[in-house]
Design a protein around this ligand. Structure first.
Ligand code: PMP
Length: 375
């Protein structure tokens, strides 16, 4: 048998996937602690909240696990009804999925064909280029403003006849910046009616600027707007994987059609239902995160004045590569890691740091001072 030339790439999978970036998960703190010989490391890399699951979630998950031999409710009826009540929208406008990242992927799938365009700001959520490329569509990246936010005027200009979908990440991951009501109104007015605009509001619960609109209340009546939310962040369920969207019934129905069947598990649905009874506790926790975010921002600005105002549960340290080629973001990340603090460097651009407990943030700030000295 003549074997194929193994120096050539395999043809079993699409050749263009090789050019795609990998989604980078935060490093395991247990691994790092072992490597450094420390009792524990601090993970501030994945925008999780630091308080553990909400009251009642663990019990609900354990109880639901007794039914793990049965398939979950495909239509997630109880969960959609609970979300409908929580957010004051009709349940037929809601679709749930295995994290909001899966829903972003489904939205790309229900709107684009190969050659169609997806517009988003860049740098933004790292999943957008991956899901766009895997659906066969073309990414149109509009550079962030000098202040690290969306350039909505340039994004409007980037819309063509091929544009089917636009992501507006508000607040933006990883820079924490947000767009305000007046500019978003103007932008939405310019987008053609048959182009879907996804307001990705994964961090909505941490927003304190009254000028930053809540997509559900501000744009619920716009047929081409979809609001994407998650229970992973403020609601503390990152490990259970439940996200949801609110859209026109037509769009929500299309998404429910393409969702991977049964991808919201029995335990995830039960945990989400339990979490949704804890809105008051979520507000209390978010207030703690917000107070810490503002404290960390102020402290960091003494070291790096360019740190932008964040409306999310993380802060962004702009650390572009120096003219001599020194990658300050990577270097900063390395120094933090060597001291047991895991942050999220974006090579050549900057570092995203999740807000943790006050003690974790203090540990980070102490390390940041040293790490910036090295820069
Ligand atoms: N959107 C944004 C802007 C995010 O930052 C994230 C998570 N990093 C997601 C969506 C996806 O979150 P999940 O899939 O856990 O709901």
């Amino acid at each position: 048998m003549t074997g194929r030339d193994r120096s050539q790439p395999s043809r079993l999978t699409r050749a263009d996937l090789a050019a795609l970036p990998n989604y980078v998960p935060g490093r395991s703190p247990a691994d790092l602690a072992r490597e450094l010989g420390m009792t524990e490391a601090i993970k501030l890399a994945s925008n999780e909240v630091p308080f553990g699951p909400l009251p009642g979630v663990v019990e609900a998950v354990a109880e639901a696990a007794a039914g793990a031999h049965r398939y979950p409710d495909l239509a997630a009826v109880a969960l959609r009804e609970a979300l409908a009540e929580q957010y004051g929208v009709a349940a037929d406008r809601i679709a749930t999925g295995c994290g909001s990242v899966a829903l972003a992927e489904h939205l790309t799938r229900v709107t684009t064909l190969p050659g169609d365009e997806v517009v988003y700001s860049w740098r933004s959520f790292e999943a957008y280029p991956i899901i766009t490329a895997t659906s066969g569509a073309t990414s149109v990246r509009v550079p962030n403003t000098a202040g690290h936010g969306h350039d909505l005027t340039a994004m409007a200009d980037a819309v063509t006849d091929r544009t089917r979908l636009i992501f507006v990440c508000n607040p933006n991951n990883p820079t924490g910046t947000s767009v305000r009501r007046a500019e978003l109104d103007r932008f939405l007015d310019t987008v053609p009616d048959d182009v879907l605009v996804v307001l990705d509001e994964a961090y909505r619960e941490f927003v304190t600027d009254a000028e930053v609109p809540d997509g559900l209340t501000a744009y619920g009546d716009r047929p081409n707007v979809v609001v994407l939310r998650t229970l992973s962040k403020a609601w503390g369920l990152a490990g259970l994987r439940i996200g949801f969207l609110v859209a026109q019934p037509e769009v929500a129905t299309a998404v429910r059609k393409v969702v991977t069947p049964f991808s919201s598990s029995v335990v995830a649905q039960a945990g989400a239902l339990a979490a949704l009874t804890q809105a008051e506790e979520v507000r209390r926790r978010c207030a703690l995160v917000v107070a810490e975010r503002d404290r960390v921002t102020e402290a960091l600005r003494k070291l790096l004045p360019e740190v932008p105002t964040s409306q999310a549960n993380f802060v962004w340290l702009p650390l572009p590569t120096l003219p001599g080629g020194v990658d300050r973001a990577v270097q900063f990340g390395r120094v933090c890691e060597s001291r047991g603090v895991i942050v999220r460097p974006f090579p050549g651009e900057g570092v995203r740091v999740t807000i943790g407990t006050a003690a974790e943030n203090d540990a980070f700030l102490a390390v940041a001072e040293t790490a910036l000295l090295f820069n």
